[in-house]
Design a protein around this ligand. Structure first.
Ligand code: TYM
Length: 335
C-alpha cells in the first residue's frame, strides 16, 4: 500500500437528524483527516432509499446532511463533498460488484438481519445488496482509508473481500486497493442514552435515546439528566465499569468531548455521584454540540449555497469516477 496514493472515502445516509454517534464515531474523524489526506465525503442518498423515504423530506435531508458536514468543520475547498446519486458511476459499479459478490457473503451481514427484522421476505432487494453499493462507493475512487463507526466494520470486511475477488477473477492484481477501516479507538460505538447495549441511532423510537446535533441546550440538559445510570458512585478504575454499560458510555462521551483519556476522567470524577457528573457532561455537550446545531440551521437558510457545494463536489468526484470506470469496463470486457 505504501507506494499507492492515500485516499479517504466515507459516507453518511441522509435519513434525518444526525446525532452524537455520527459526530463522535465518524464525522469528527472526517474533519481531522481532511488536514492530512485527500478526502471524499458523500451524502449516500441511494443507500437511504433502500427503505421507503418521503421524497420531499429526502431532498431536505440531503441538504441538511451536507449542512451538518460543513457545520462540523468539513471544508468544501479541502474535501470533495457531494451526493451519491449525482455520480451515476456508483450505481454502475454496484451492478458489476453484484456480479462479483457471493450470496453467502451477503447472507452473513448482521445489519441486514437487524434492519429487515423478522419478515425478511418484505425487505427491499436494495436493502439486501446495500453492502455491494457501499463497496462500489469506496472502490469507485480506489479509496485506501475509510473512517467509520464500529457498526460498519463488517461491511468494510466485505468490501475488502469483493475487491480481492475482483482482482483475482480478472487477473488484475492490486487493481483495487484493499481499503482499511479507520475506527475511533476510544469511542467506536456511542450507545443509546436509554440502553447501554444498543447503539445510539436515528431509528430508535425515543428521542431521549440520543443527542441530535440540532438539539437546543435545554433539550441536551434534559436528555442527559434522564439518561440511564445506576445507583453506584463513579468508580476509580476502568475495570469496575465493565458491567456498568450506561455509566461507561456517558464517561466515554465526556472523555471524547473533553479530549481526556478515560483514566484522567475517572481520576477527576471518581467518588462523585451521577448528578454532579451529569451537570458537567451537559455543560461540555452544550458547548460543543450547540454551535454545530446553530450553524446547521444557518446553512439551511441558504439552500442555493448548499446546492452549489454539492455541484462543485459532484464535478470533481465525477472526473475521478469516470477515469476509474473506464479501466473497470475494460477489465470486465464491456465495450
Ligand atoms: P450511517 O449513515 O448509518 O452512519 C454514518 C456514520 O456514523 C457512524 N455511526 C456511529 N458511530 C458510533 N456510534 C454510533 N452510535 C453511530 N451511529 C452511526 C457510522 O458507523 C458511519 O460511519 N453504510 C453507511 C454509509 C455508507 C458508507 C459508504 C460509509 C455508505 N457507503 C462507504 C463508508 C464508506 C451507513 O449507513 O452509515
Amino acid at each position: 500500500m505504501s507506494d499507492k496514493k492515500k485516499l479517504v472515502f466515507s459516507g453518511v445516509q441522509p435519513t434525518g437528524n444526525l446525532h452524537l454517534g455520527n459526530l463522535l464515531g465518524a464525522i469528527k474523524n472526517f474533519v481531522s483527516l481532511q488536514k492530512e489526506m485527500e478526502c471524499i465525503y458523500c451524502v449516500v442518498d441511494l443507500h437511504a432509499i433502500t427503505v421507503m423515504q418521503d421524497p420531499k423530506k429526502l431532498k431536505e435531508n440531503i441538504l441538511e446532511t451536507t449542512a451538518s458536514f460543513l457545520a462540523s468543520g468539513l471544508d468544501s475547498d479541502k474535501s470533495i463533498i457531494f451526493n451519491q446519486s449525482s455520480v451515476s458511476g456508483h450505481a454502475e459499479l454496484a451492478w458489476i460488484l453484484n456480479c462479483v459478490a457471493r450470496l453467502g457473503w451477503l447472507n452473513r451481514m448482521t445489519q441486514f438481519k437487524d434492519k429487515a427484522g423478522s419478515d425478511k421476505e418484505k425487505a427491499s432487494v436494495g436493502l439486501y445488496i446495500y453492502p455491494n453499493l457501499m463497496a462500489a462507493d469506496i472502490l469507485l475512487y480506489k479509496a485506501t482509508h475509510v473512517p467509520v463507526g464500529a457498526d460498519q466494520k463488517q461491511h468494510l470486511e466485505l468490501c475488502r473481500d469483493i475487491a480481492q475477488k475482483f482482482n483475482n477473477d480478472f487477473s488484475c492484481e492490486n487493481f483495487f486497493p484493499l481499503p482499511e477501516p479507520l475506527i475511533q479507538k476510544n469511542i467506536s460505538r456511542v450507545m443509546s442514552l436509554r440502553d447501554g447495549t444498543k447503539k445510539m441511532s436515528k431509528s430508535e423510537d425515543s428521542d431521549y435515546s440520543r443527542i441530535n446535533l440540532k438539539d437546543t441546550a435545554d433539550e441536551i440538559s434534559k436528555k442527559v439528566k434522564k439518561a440511564k445510570t445506576d445507583s453506584l458512585p463513579i468508580p476509580e478504575t476502568e475495570k469496575e465499569l465493565e458491567k456498568r454499560l450506561e455509566a461507561l458510555n456517558l464517561l466515554n462521551i465526556y472523555s471524547e468531548i473533553t479530549n481526556k483519556s478515560l483514566k484522567e476522567v475517572l481520576k477527576e470524577m471518581s467518588g462523585k455521584d451521577f448528578s454532579y457528573f451529569k451537570n458537567k457532561l451537559s455543560e461540555v455537550l452544550v458547548d460543543s454540540v450547540c454551535p454545530i446545531g446553530k450553524k446547521i440551521k444557518e446553512l439551511m437558510s441558504d439552500k442555493v449555497y448548499l446546492q452549489k457545494v454539492l455541484i462543485k463536489g459532484k464535478e470533481k468526484a465525477s472526473k475521478k469516477a469516470e477515469e476509474n470506470l473506464k479501466k473497470i469496463r475494460e477489465i470486465v470486457g464491456l465495450l
